[in-house]
Design a protein around this ligand. Structure first.
Ligand code: ADP
Ligand code: ASP
Ligand code: MG
Length: 812
C-alpha cells in the first residue's frame, strides 16, 4: 500500500492511513511519500544552497512543519511513543541541517548529498508511521538502501529488479506482517543513495511488490482512481474501472501525474495487479490495472505532457545515408536524454523527435558535436529546435479496432483551432499523440475530451442586452434547459451583460437569480475581458448573442469573430453598415469557421434568411421581392382600413407597445429599409443603405422628429392628407400597405395600394409577409407570413440561431 503526499498532509491524515493499514487481514507493507509539499520545500532548499542564500529560514520552515505533524499525533493515538518519535525526528532534522550547511559551505550540492536531503520527507513519514503502527502491531522498517538497487546513474534510473529481489530476500526474510518503507529512493550501482525521480514513490512500491511477491500493489492517492482525463482540468472526467497494464503505462508515460511512468513495467512483468484507490474514500473500488481491460470503450483516456521540445535533423545528406537515425538516437542515449516521441516525416530528408524541454539545449549541443562534419559540409541543415511544446495523447487498447478515432481526434483539435505540429502513433495503435504548442494544450485536452468522451455538443453563450428580447431569451433558455439536456445538448449561459455591467460564470449562470447577481457586478463588458474569460475557462464554442440595437456593439462583431466567437444577433446595425464591413464579417466568419447568424434581422422569428440561404445554395436566384416587414406598421395599416385615422391608429399601436417609444422611428421607414437591405445583400446585391429608395409613411419634417411626445402631438396635422390616400385605395377596392421591394437590383420602401389579387392584400394587422419570386418559385411567389415582431418570437428566433451554432460543430 503506497500512500502519496496528498494522503499524508497532516497528523489526522497519518492517523487515518494507520487505520487503513491496520484494517488489512493479510501481511502488508506500507510505502510512504513525504508529507504534502515537503519535497518541494526541500527542492527550494537545494536551490537556495546553489544560489548561496541564507538557508536558515527555509530549514526552520521545514522543521516546524514536520515537528508539528509529529507532535499533533500524540493526542490522536493511545500508546504512541511521542518522545521517542520526537527524538528520531529531531535527529533526522539535525542531519538535514548539517548536510545543508555543509553544502552551503562548499558552495554546491553534490548529487548524492542532494539525494540525502531530498529523502528526508520520506524518511520522516516512515518513522512516524512505524511509531503509530507500533501502538498495535510489530513493525519492520525496510530500508531501500539495503536492497533497492538501480542500473544507472541518471536522474530517472531503472531499478535492477533481479538484484533487488535477491538482496531483499537476504535482508528481510524475517520481516513482520506489518512493514513500512520510505519511497522515492534507492542506491545507485556505486552503492550511494539515489533518487528515483519526482513522483518516484509509486515506482518504489512497484519494486517492493515484486520483491515481496505481493498479490496486489495499491496506490492510495487523493482521487477515486484513474480518470479519462486529469480531473483537475476537466470536471466531467470519467472514472475508469479497469484498464490494462499497457494502457496505464502509456497514460503515465504521456504525462498523467497519477502514476510514475516506470511503475507499471515491473508489475506487468510479474503479473501483479495494481489498484489505484482514494485514501479519503476507501470504500470505493478504485481502478484495477491488470492484464485485462474492459471492453466498453476503445479510447480510454487522454493525457498531456507539458514542456517538451521538438528537434529536427534534416538535410540533403540524409537521403540514402544508412544509419542516420541510429546515430541521432545513439547521441541522445549517450547524453542520457530520453526521446519521448518520434514523428513520421513526409520526406526521407528529416527526422523529428521530442525531448523533455529542460534537455533541449543539451540535445542540440550533442547533435552538433556528433554531426560536426556533416553540418560543416552542408549535408545537414542547422539542427532545429522548437521549444514550448506539449504532447496530447489518446490511449486505449482497442483503438485499433475502431475506425475513425484518429480523425475524430484531429478534427476535435481543429475545432479548438489548435495547430498540430507533429503526429505519432505507436505501432500497436494503443496510443495516438499530437504535438501542439504548450499554450494551447489545456484547451486541446478539454475539447478532445468533450468530443471523444462526452460527445455532448456544448454551447457557451454570452448575452448582451437585457431589454424585453434579452429578458425573454433568458427565460426561454431557462425553460428549455432540461429538454436540451435530454437531447444531449449542453447549453450554458455563461455571461449576461447590460450597458454597464457584465456577469460571468464559467459553469453557467443561475438563471433564476441572474438579475440580482448582475446588479451586483461592478465591471462592464469588454472584448478583452471576454477573451480572457474564455481562455481561462477553456470554452470552445463561445457564442455572442446581441439583443441590443446598439451600433457600437455591432461594430465589435469583427473582433468577436476574429477571437473565435460565433455571433448571433437581432441587431441590424452590422448588416446594414457599409458593404465593406458586411463583407469583412462574412469573410472573417468563413476564415475562423464561426457562424454569423442574424435570422431575426428580418421578420423576427420567421424563417426568412435561412430559407433564402438554402435556396441560393441550391442554385436559386432572387428575382423579385415584395414584403411587409414591419409589425408595427402592419398593425397601423390594418387599423386604418378599420376606420381609424393615421394618428388614431398610431396612438393605439403605441399604447399596446407595438411601436418604438418614439413612433417616428417606425413611421420614418428606416427600420424597413434596413431589413430590405439585409435581404438584398443576402441575395448577392452590392447595395448600401443610401441606395434604398425610401419613402417614409409621413412627410420628412415629421419623420425626422426625435421627441416622441411632440411627434404624437403633431401627427394629426397629416391625417387629412393621409385620409385621401386611404379613400383613393378603398374606392378602387384596394388597401394601403407599407411595402419593401426588390426588383431589377434596386430596393425601395413605400406606401403601395394593392388589390385583392396581390399577395399582400390579405395580410392581417400586425403580420409580416414576404413574397419571394425566384428562379425556382415563379410565377407564383414563395410566401412566408406570420407575426414578425414581439419579444417571444424574436427570442425564439435567436434561440434557433443559437442552436444552429451546433450544426457547425457536427458538420466539421
Ligand atoms: P500523490 O500525492 O498521491 O502521489 P499525485 O498528485 O502525484 O498524488 O497524483 C494524483 C493526482 O494526479 C490527482 O490528484 C490528479 O489531479 C492527477 N491526475 C492526472 N491525470 C489523472 C488521471 N487521468 N486520473 C486521475 N488523476 C489524474
Ligand atoms: N515525494 C516525492 C515527490 O514529491 C516522491 C513521491 O511523492 O512520489 O516527488
Ligand atoms: Mg504521486
Amino acid at each position: 500500500m503506497k500512500f502519496g503526499g496528498s494522503s499524508l498532509a497532516t497528523a489526522a491524515k497519518f492517523n487515518h492511513v494507520v487505520g487503513l493499514i491496520e484494517h488489512q487481514t493479510v501481511p502488508v507493507c506500507g510505502v510512504f511519500s513525504a508529507p504534502q509539499g515537503v519535497t518541494n520545500s526541500l527542492a527550494d532548499l537545494i536551490a537556495m544552497i546553489q544560489a548561496q542564500q541564507d538557508i536558515t529560514p527555509q530549514l526552520d520552515l521545514i522543521s516546524q512543519n514536520l515537528l508539528t505533524i509529529s507532535t499533533d499525533c500524540a493526542s490522536l493515538r493511545d500508546g504512541f511513543d511521542a518522545s521517542h518519535n520526537h527524538l528520531q525526528t529531531t535527529e533526522l532534522l539535525e542531519d538535514l541541517r548539517s548536510l545543508a550547511q555543509g553544502c552551503l559551505l562548499i558552495g554546491h550540492c553534490p548529487k548524492v548529498t542532494a539525494a540525502q536531503i531530498y529523502s528526508t520527507g520520506e524518511k520522516f513519514s516512515t518513522l512516524l508511521m512505524a511509531a503509530l503502527l507500533r501502538t498495535k502491531s510489530k513493525v519492520t522498517v525496510i530500508d531501500p538502501k539495503h536492497f533497492l538497487t538501480t542500473e544507472d546513474f541518471s536522474d530517472e534510473p531503472i531499478a535492477d529488479i533481479e538484484q533487488s529481489v535477491q538482496l531483499f530476500k537476504q535482508h528481510y526474510a524475517d520481516a513482520e506482517e506489518v512493514a513500512v518503507m520510505p519511497g522515492f529512493y534507492g542506491v545507485n550501482p556505486a552503492g550511494d543513495l539515489c533518487l528515483l525521480g519526482r513522483n518516484g514513490s509509486d515506482y518504489s512500491a512497484a519494486i517492493l511488490a515484486v520483491c515481496t511477491a505481493a498479490t496486489v500493489c495499491e496506490i492510495w492517492t487523493d482521487v477515486d482512481g484513474i480518470y479519462s482525463v486529469d480531473p483537475r482540468l476537466v470536471a466531467q472526467a470519467q472514472l475508469i474501472k479497469q484498464m490494462s497494464y499497457q494502457e496505464a503505462m502509456e497514460l503515465s508515460y504521456f504525462g498523467a501525474k497519477i502514476l510514475h511512468p516506470k511503475t507499471i513495467t515491473p508489475l506487468s512483468k510479474h503479473q501483479i495487479q495494481c489498484v489505484i484507490k482514494n485514501t479519503l474514500n476507501p470504500a470505493h473500488a478504485g481502478t484495477l490495472i491488470s492484464a485485462k481491460t474492459d471492453k466498453e470503450k476503445a479510447v480510454k483516456a487522454i493525457s498531456n505532457l507539458s514542456d517538451v521540445a521538438m528537434i529536427n535533423v534534416s538535410g540533403p545528406g540524409m537521403k540514402g545515408m544508412v544509419g542516420m537515425a541510429a546515430r541521432v538516437f545513439a547521441s541522445m542515449s549517450e547524453a542520457n536524454i530520453s526521446v519521448i516521441l518520434i514523428s513520421q516525416s513526409s520526406s526521407e530528408y528529416s527526422i523529428s523527435f521530442c525531448v523533455p524541454g529542460e534537455e533541449a539545449d543539451l540535445a542540440v549541443k550533442r547533435l552538433n558535436q556528433s554531426f560536426k562534419l556533416e553540418l560543416k559540409n552542408a549535408l545537414l541543415e542547422p539542427i532545429q529546435c522548437r521549444k514550448d511544446l506539449a504532447i496530447i495523447t489518446l490511449i486505449g487498447d482497442r483503438m485499433h479496432q475502431q475506425k475513425g478515432t484518429a480523425s475524430r481526434f484531429f478534427s476535435a483539435l481543429s475545432h479548438a483551432r489548435v495547430n498540430i505540429i507533429a503526429i505519432a502513433q505507436d505501432s500497436s495503435e494503443r496510443s495516438i499523440s499530437a504535438v501542439v504548442r504548450a499554450k494551447r494544450v489545456d484547451d486541446a485536452v478539454v475539447i478532445c475530451h468533450q468530443q471523444l468522451f462526452l460527445k455532448k455538443p456544448r454551447i457557451d453563450a454570452f448575452l448582451i442586452g437585457c431589454g424585453t428580447v434579452g429578458h425573454e431569451l433568458i427565460q426561454q433558455i431557462n425553460k428549455q434547459k432540461d429538454w436540451l439536456k435530454s437531447k444531449e445538448v449542453e447549453l450554458n449561459l455563461v455571461g449576461i451583460a447590460n450597458s454597464r455591467q457584465c456577469l460571468l460564470s464559467a459553469n453557467g449562470i443561475d438563471l433564476d437569480q441572474w438579475q440580482a447577481q448582475l446588479a451586483r457586478c461592478e465591471e462592464g463588458l469588454s472584448l478583452d475581458r471576454l477573451k480572457q474569460f474564455v481562455r481561462s475557462a477553456h470554452l470552445t464554442n463561445p457564442v455572442i448573442i446581441d439583443c441590443t440595437s446598439n451600433q457600437e456593439i455591432a461594430m465589435n462583431y469583427l473582433s468577436y469573430l476574429e477571437a473565435n466567437f460565433h455571433v448571433v444577433t437581432a441587431n441590424k446595425k452590422a448588416n446594414t453598415d457599409s458593404l465593406t464591413y458586411y463583407h469583412q464579417l462574412q469573410n472573417m466568419a468563413a476564415k475562423r469557421q464561426r457562424r454569423f447568424l442574424y435570422e431575426t434581422n428580418v421578420g423576427a422569428g420567421l424563417p426568412v434568411i435561412d430559407n433564402l440561404q438554402s435556396l441560393l445554395r441550391a442554385g436559386d436566384q432572387l428575382l423579385q421581392f415584395e414584403g411587409i416587414l414591419s409589425g408595427s406598421l402592419s398593425y397601423i395599416f390594418g387599423e386604418i382600413h378599420q376606420g381609424l385615422s393615421l394618428s388614431e391608429a398610431t396612438l393605439k399601436a403605441k399604447k399596446l407597445g407595438y411601436t418604438e417609444p418614439n413612433p417616428a422611428e417606425d413611421l420614418n421607414g428606416m427600420d424597413v429599409a434596413r431589413k430590405v437591405l439585409v435581404i438584398a445583400r443576402e441575395a448577392g446585391m452590392e447595395l448600401e443603405l443610401s441606395d434604398v429608395d425610401l419613402q417614409a409613411v409621413v412627410p420628412a419634417h415629421l419623420a425626422a422628429m426625435t421627441d416622441g411626445e411632440q411627434f404624437m402631438h403633431q401627427l394629426p396635422e397629416y391625417d387629412a392628407s393621409f385620409q385621401k390616400l386611404i379613400d383613393d385605395a378603398e374606392s378602387k377596392g384596394e388597401k394601403l400597405r407599407y411595402v419593401a421591394l426588390i426588383k431589377d437590383h434596386k430596393c425601395a420602401v413605400k406606401i403601395q395600394s394593392v388589390g385583392p389579387d396581390h399577395p399582400l392584400y390579405e395580410i392581417e394587422a400586425g403580420e409580416n409577409a414576404l413574397a419571394i419570386n425566384t428562379l425556382y418559385y415563379q410565377p407564383k411567389p414563395f410566401i412566408i407570413r406570420g407575426y414578425g415582431a414581439g419579444a417571444e418570437v424574436t427570442a425564439a428566433g435567436l434561440f434557433g440561431d443559437l442552436l444552429r451554432t451546433l450544426a457547425w460543430e457536427q458538420e466539421h
